[in-house]
Ligand binder design. Structure first.
Ligand code: NAD
Length: 479
């Protein structure tokens, strides 16, 4: 049985109350480990360590910070296989996919270790009588809270810039997928990260997460997760005037125009729909196809998706692994039932997948494609976050935009067309923080990342993250 521990003040510790919770392997449906069921007492201990460490961490040179953060990146790379296997067992994603994500977790550390060395601030000259310059100072102790879908990747996406900017961090991974965050703490010790600079407290959101958000000493919270959790966090943190970055849910459209490169649009739509079991916030769950190619695209998509192998995430040929938890599995299946009630026709899938052998009790769902739903029904406007997509025809660009923009969300979209003017026009009119044209998930870590409407507040990535994790101070000198 894997028993993991908190990482506080540079060492591994059991939670103060000594309580642990079960950790499940979603591909077998069985408990395979124990995780700390921490509470406010552990967060207080982590805060004490972090605030003490901040006194010296904020004074480290950029070169010193670079060296230790870059060492963590190297260790993540060196341990890719072990981390990827752990991620796959913990989350249910295919192991080959976990390997890519672990590579990206290493890139996060490397990217922000170097970004801190390049980060500059502004100066404003008042002709002839004064000059202003902006100091970008670290904030102090900050909190990072992450979800279960891309566990180590999203965890490091927050921690790396926070540390690079000179803050000390209290971080909480999802209680559903804590394993690689624990392994990261081992690598931080090996890399020589000073005690207390990063503290990882495991446990439930309403316990550990809430204690972090309401702690008066934690000055900023970077959160990625569901919109309703984000709303709750904002209600606690806003009256305390904390800096907040909220990366929330999505219901992303893929808009396929008749003049697209059909094969590329088709192959990519298979991924936008079902990569990581559809459990990526950037997945496209609403496929809008121009009517003249609708039937051809729909039928070809069904054929492609039929060929995807569902099952054991550790099997190299598996394309669709297990759904992360029993609760989420039930939620996704309930949305398939809702789709039927709303008049949807199940073109493919539509039920649980029964795997064999050790995976017989795992939580698998067949990749599901639904048509004939109204574009503004609940199935088409609420986040399902699983291997379930809806496909719909449209007649005009205006209609495609109306359908695409009809949800409360606005995270990402992909547009498929060979008409350059239309691509720019739709990109400009779509309500979305991220627009991919003739591609999907092509990520440059320097670009602003985040959503509009109920998909979030603030941006991550590049300078946006460095700005979030620093406090600007204007200094005005009269001469
Ligand atoms: P969640 O909101 O349930 O949990 C996210 C994290 O918040 C977890 O660590 C959880 O323990 C913690 N948490 C829960 N309640 C809390 C509270 N009261 N106070 C503080 N922390 C609390 O989300 P999830 O189910 O883990 O993740 C799926 C969601 O994340 C989906 O909605 C998905 O779209 C979203 N997501 C968004 C992005 C993005 O970049 N916009 C990326 C990945 C996932």
């Amino acid at each position: 049985m894997n028993k993991i521990l908190n990482y506080i003040n540079g060492i591994h510790l059991a939670p103060a109350k000594g309580e642990f919770m079960d950790n499940f392997n979603p591909a077998t449906g069985k408990v395979y480990g124990l995780i700390p069921d921490s509470d406010a007492e552990d967060v207080a201990l982590a805060y004490e360590a972090a605030s003490k460490a901040f006194k010296s961490w904020k004074l480290t040179t950029l070169e010193e910070r670079f060296k230790v953060l870059n060492r963590i990146a190297e260790l993540i790379d060196e341990n890719n296989d072990q981390l990827a296997t752990a991620e796959s067992i913990d989350q249910g994603k295919p192991q080959w996919l976990a390997k890519n994500e672990i590579t990206r977790a290493g890139q996060n550390f490397r990217f922000f270790a170097t970004a801190a060395m390049q980060f500059a601030s502004e100066s404003h000259n008042m002709e002839g009588h004064a000059i202003n310059y902006t100091l970008r100072q670290s904030i102090g102790v900050v909190g990072c809270i992450s979800p279960w879908n891309l566990p180590l990747y999203l965890f490091t996406w927050k921690i790396a810039p926070a540390l690079a900017a000179g803050n000390c961090v209290i971080a909480k991974p999802s209680e559903i997928t804590p394993m690689t965050a624990y392994l990261l703490s081992e690598l931080c010790i090996e890399a020589g990260l000073p005690a207390g600079v990063l503290n990882i407290v495991h446990g439930l959101g309403p316990m550990v997460g809430n204690a972090m958000v309401s702690h008066p000493g934690i000055k900023a919270i970077s959160f990625t997760g569901g919109t309703s959790t984000g709303r709750h966090i904002a209600s606690v943190a806003a009256p305390m005037f904390k800096k907040l970055s909220l990366e929330l849910g999505g219901k992303n459209p893929n808009i396929v125009f008749a003049d697209c490169d059909f094969d590329k649009a088709l192959k990519t739509t298979v991924n936008t729909s079902f990569l990581n079991q559809g459990e990526i916030c950037l997945c496209g769950s609403r496929i809008l196809v121009e009517r003249s190619i609708y039937a051809k695209f729909r039928d070809a998509l069904i054929e492609e998706v039929k060929a995807l192998k569902v099952g054991n995430p550790l099997d190299k040929s598996t394309k669709i692994g297990a759904i992360v938890s029993r609760m989420h599995y039930d939620k996704v299946l309930s949305y398939i039932e809702l789709a039927k009630e709303e008049g949807g026709k199940i073109l493919l899938g539509g039920q649980a997948f029964k795997a064999e052998g050790d995976n017989a009790d795992g939580w698998f769902i067949e990749p599901t494609i639904i048509e004939d739903l109204a574009f503004d029904c609940r199935t088409n406007t609420e986040e399902i976050f699983g291997p379930v997509v809806s496909i719909m025809p449209f007649d005009t660009e205006e209609q495609a935009l109306e359908m695409a923009n009809c949800t409360e969300y606005g995270l990402a979209c992909s547009i498929w067309t060979s008409d350059l003017s239309r691509a720019h026009r739709v990109a400009s009119n779509i309500e979305s923080g991220i627009v991919w044209i003739n591609c999907w998930l092509l990520r440059d870590l320097r670009t602003p990342f985040g959503g509009v409407k109920n998909s979030g507040v603030g941006r991550e990535g590049g300078w946006e993250a460095m700005r979030f994790f620093t406090e600007p101070k204007n200094v005005c000198i009269k001469y």
